[in-house]
Write a protein that binds this ligand. Structure first.
Ligand code: ATP
Ligand code: LTN
Length: 342
């Protein structure tokens, strides 16, 4: 007698907001690592347009940006045959899941989120969706029973909150959700802004001159932005945790991630050379790393019908997992689910 056992590969869920053009931080902290997971894991990579509208978006720009992020996912190497790539608003279960999770999440948990506090600061009016943002994120992850969530360091608190929400629901309604883990890289988890190494590189500030290298920047723009990167008045080119060395360390970290060289080899290479040389070499490394992405992107974005059909197929696959899960959740909380007799 043979017993067949199907072992499910670990599920991975992650997402990017179509709130602007992606930058090097998004690539090194998230996308590039997702590509590496494709063969080992069962992957769901979402374009979280419902999260994007927690900040004001122009409707035409949002649609354009959603396709741009989708094309960048593919251009960076995500393969729709091996990963499910889809747009959040095309799978209704995310909104439904968010509502139900809203009803088990204490307000105080949300008020403590640092992303909320940063984004709400200095605004005279803050929309409710911005406070609720992490609950929608919890719904994204929990609907797929994802074990792993590869993200940059800024998202650690949101994944912790997702676990707390899942535990609360499980405790109240019985075992329903898998508790996810944030998977944060040792290096590249927090690429800093080039114009201010005290801040993280951020899409919402990417329009500020010198803030970020965007994945679609031309070689000349990349060279100019890196040349102007803020460092300090020293000369030593060494990896360092010291605050005043954050600018140089950031450049070295980007160099390390893109060349895959050891730190001692990099330090030796730059020994006795000034920051100018580091910036010049780094600019060429970044230009060469982004060149194939840009080329692939140009071809993909030219055919938006093809892109939309890849996204439609992705949404079908996502629904196949999310719909039975949302039915299970509804049943657990006591809703009448059609064709159910319990
Ligand atoms: P926004 O400014 O609109 O909040 P963002 O630049 O923070 O955008 P997100 O869409 O929120 O980008 O994040 C997408 C992914 O990129 C997440 O996994 C996030 O952790 C990661 N990420 C964002 N910024 C950085 C960064 N500077 N370094 C490393 N990873 C980052
Ligand atoms: N908040 C995330 C984007 C996001 C996400 C998710 C990431 C929305 N839903 C689910 C991982 C898993 C951000 O990167 N700012």
């Amino acid at each position: 007698m043979t017993i067949e056992v199907t072992v499910r590969r670990p599920r991975v869920f992650s997402g990017v907001q179509p709130s602007g053009t992606l930058h090097l931080g998004n690539y090194l902290g998230a996308l590039r690592r997702w590509v590496e997971l494709q063969d080992e894991k069962e992957n769901y990579f979402c374009i979280v347009d419902m999260h994007a509208i927690t900040m004001r978006q122009d409707p035409i720009e949002l649609r354009r940006s959603t396709r741009e992020v989708a094309a960048l996912y593919l251009a960076c190497g995500l393969d729709p045959q091996r990963s499910t790539i889809f747009v959040q608003s095309q799978v209704r279960a995310h909104a439904e899941g968010c509502w139900i999770l809203n009803c088990v999440t204490p307000l105080g948990w949300l008020e403590r989120m640092t992303q909320f506090k940063t984004k709400a600061k200095h605004r005279e009016s803050v929309v409710l969706g911005l406070l609720d943002y992490p609950v929608l994120q919890a719904a994204d992850i929990l609907l797929y029973d994802a074990e792993e969530v590869p993200v940059g360091e800024d998202q650690k608190q949101h994944i912790e909150l997702t676990r707390n929400i899942a535990q609360r629901f499980n405790h109240r309604f019985g075992d329903t959700f898998t508790l996810p883990q944030a998977v944060i890289p040792a290096s590249g988890a927090r690429i800093r802004a080039l114009n201010d190494p005290m801040k993280k590189m951020s899409k919402s500030e990417a329009h500020v001159r010198g803030h970020a290298v965007q994945l679609l920047d031309t070689p000349d723009v990349i060279r100019a932005v890196i040349r102007r990167a803020v460092t300090d008045s020293g000369r030593e080119i060494q990896f360092s945790d010291a605050q005043e060395k954050a600018g140089v360390n950031n450049l070295l970290e980007i160099y390390e991630l893109l060349t895959a060289q050891r730190r001692d080899v990099i330090e030796e290479h730059f020994a006795g050379k000034g920051y100018g040389m580091l910036k010049k070499d780094l600019a060429e490394v970044v230009v060469e790393a982004l060149r194939p992405i840009r080329k692939h992107y140009d071809a993909l974005i030219a055919d938006s019908a093809e892109l939309d059909s890849i996204l439609a197929a992705g949404a079908d696959r996502a629904r196949a997992v999310a719909e039975p899960k949302i039915e299970e959740i509804k049943r657990k909380v006591g809703f009448i689910v059609p064709q159910d007799t319990t």
